[in-house]
Design a protein around this ligand. Structure first.
Ligand code: ADP
Ligand code: GLC
Length: 478
């Protein structure tokens, strides 16, 4: 079966978060289920070297924003179709924002063009290849099911995956014409979202199947607390909604082979983590003489991730004898908060503001625990990397965090199945209470190591989830 992935970022080529990791790993996981994928994505500046190596396979006329070339190239095992339209995508800055962090003001055109390109490829095929399934990811690709319906293409079925419902692609109604959308569909059962055009909303009403990235999040988004205004739309289509947990790429995230670590290790050589911890300490100015656990954060610094709550609990973490290493960027208030904490607790707290892939691996390899107190978390990948690296996740009880971490309660500890720690009351007090439990277990190296081993055994690879996607695709063509 052929599947066209339509996505706005894909690791290792361009990444702002977990979406890229998923887009980068899913095609090879699906290949073992006899599914052949092509991945359509914009040719941002980071893709230029590949663009030069690739072969032009189509010119798509009159997309929103103008004509665009499609260039096919295989890289890192992924069959990429690069959408080359320099006016839209060849700009310095991020995929969605300028270097100053402001959304590009033509994002509606940029991502409608992506969805329309996916639709044309679905309709006509490309280079002799045609998909049976068009799989759109997040709001940036969410007009794909809409254009498929509008052009009356019924033999290609659409799947829309929600990676984060907080981002919806909402634009004023005046953009409708520029995007070539049917004016008579501008009503609440189709394109309209409270007087605006909602990309995600529109896609959710028309996709043949909707998936999201964990079973718990699939339930949560049906409620007002998590649905971000789309709970009604989703409830009406809940028979078409399933939660499929993300997996991780076991080759990219493997402590036994990871070049970014000072010393590679496995479940029998956990002591070797100390070498990487020492390197982290040198880089962030942390004291080398610390018997307590090293906690890390690797995260976008946003409201979603609950790190304001962590900031409140930092004095407690330090008073108990722990250290904290933070890698992240985003909200300036949070950036400043962690920089201030690093000054206030020099030697115990270290902060690096920025994006650094290699350092993210190093933190997973050298820390004892990773903190993820998210307010909501569709799946979350950093806790999965933590499990694989024996870096115990300290997580809130939501979304994919709830589904993937076994809390170290007495029963789980006694049964040897605990893999992390849950914050059940997501307040500074609640987090301090959970930290106390972390310190208690850390006191007993035997118990800590037994948790690390349980965590490492519990790796969430793509096997089961790729099977679930394959089943979804096949059911649509049954
Ligand atoms: P989200 O997609 O909501 O940001 P995930 O946990 O699914 O959260 O994925 C985040 C991904 O981005 C992980 O691969 C994580 O290691 C990476 N990441 C986040 N912030 C940084 C950073 N500052 N530097 C390097 N990698 C980062
Ligand atoms: C989103 C979510 C994150 C998820 C990722 C990949 O960015 O915030 O929880 O892991 O997408 O699906």
């Amino acid at each position: 079966m052929n599947v066209l992935m339509v996505v706005s970022e894909c690791a290792p080529f361009i990444k702002t978060g977990g979406l890229a990791d998923v887009a980068g790993a899913l095609p090879s996981a699906l290949a073992t289920h006899d599914i052949s994928c092509r991945t359509l994505m914009p040719a941002y500046p980071a893709l230029k070297p590949l663009l030069a190596k690739g072969k032009e396979v189509a010119v798509l006329k009159d997309l929103p924003g103008g004509n665009a070339r499609v260039v096919a190239v295989k890289a890192k095992g992924i069959d990429l179709l690069l959408l080359d339209q320099p006016d839209l995508y060849d700009r310095e800055g991020g995929p969605y924002t300028s270097a100053q962090g402001k959304d590009w003001d033509d994002n509606h055109i940029r991502f409608a063009a992506l969805a329309m390109a996916g639709t044309r490829i679905s309709a006509d095929g490309i280079n002799g290849w045609r998909p049976e399934i068009a799989h759109a990811h997040d709001w940036q690709a969410a007009l794909l099911p809409v254009y498929l319906k509008q052009l009356n293409i019924t033999d290609v079925k659409s799947v829309l995956t929600i990676h984060n419902i907080a981002f919806q692609g909402r634009f004023g109604p005046h953009v409708l014409g520029a995007l070539g959308l049917r004016q008579d569909w501008f009503h609440p059962e189709a394109l309209e979202y409270y007087g605006d055009l909602g990309f995600l909303k529109a896609g959710l009403t028309m996709a043949d199947q909707i998936t999201t990235v964990s079973p718990t999040y699939a339930r949560e988004i049906l409620t007002p607390a998590f649905g971000a205004g789309l709970e009604g739309v989703l409830s009406a289509r809940s028979h078409r909604l399933t939660g499929i947990l993300n997996g991780i790429d076991l080759d990219v995230w493997n402590p036994a082979t990871d070049d970014a670590l000072q010393a590679t290790y496995d479940a029998r050589s956990l002591k070797r983590k100390a070498k990487t911890r020492a390197a982290i300490a040198r880089r962030l100015g942390l004291s080398a003489k610390c018997d307590g656990p090293l906690f890390c954060v690797v995260s976008r610094l946003t409201e979603q991730k609950g790190l304001d709550i962590l900031l409140e609990a930092v004095p407690h973490l330090v008073a108990k004898g722990g250290q904290l290493a933070v890698l992240g960027s985003g909200d300036p208030v949070l950036e400043q908060g962690f920089e201030r904490a690093a000054k206030q607790f020099a030697g115990q707290v270290g902060t690096f503001i920025g994006y650094d892939e290699a350092f993210s691996h190093e933190l997973q390899g050298g820390s004892d625990a990773i903190l993820i107190p998210s307010r909501f978390e569709p799946c979350g990948l950093t806790q999965l990397y933590g499990l694989r690296y024996g870096t115990l996740p300290v997580v809130s009880q939501t979304g994919g965090l709830a589904d993937t971490v076994v809390d170290a309660n007495v029963a789980a500890l006694n049964a040897g199945v605990a893999t992390g720690f849950k914050v059940y009351d997501l307040t500074a007090d609640g987090l301090r209470g959970t930290l106390d439990r972390v310190f208690d277990v850390y006191q007993s190296p035997k118990r800590w190591q037994s948790m690390q081993r349980a965590a490492m055994k519990n790796a969430f690879d793509w096997d089961a989830s790729a099977q679930d996607y394959a089943d979804v695709y096949k059911a649509l063509h049954a």
